[in-house]
Design a protein around this ligand. Structure first.
Ligand SMILES: [Zn+2]
Length: 88
């Protein structure tokens, strides 16, 4: 759940308003786009190592910005986030 003054919006995530993002597991993101990443909203670090249980993250078309699945669910409606599978 989120509120209008949710602290996670202070981290610049509102720049993602109306953007398309593609769901991908952290393991696949690490394999295809190596580098340290964190959620654009809550700043949680994406696991850098392959992990046994698939963890879905959402990635922008330029693969520069990641959103964790919790934040995607919380901000999807408020920021009009769109899910796509056309990028990668
Ligand atoms: Zn997050």
């Amino acid at each position: 759940m989120m509120e209008q003054d949710d602290w996670r919006l202070l981290c610049g995530g509102d720049a993602l308003r109306g953007q398309f993002l593609e769901p991908m597991t952290s393991n696949e993101i690490n394999r295809r786009f190596p580098g340290k990443r964190h959620c654009a909203f809550c700043l949680e670090q994406m696991p850098a190592e392959p992990i046994p249980r698939n963890q879905v993250w959402f990635l922008t078309a330029d693969a520069e910005t990641c959103v964790c699945s919790d934040c995607f669910a919380d901000f999807r409606e408020y920021l009009d986030l769109q899910e796509t599978d056309d990028f990668f």
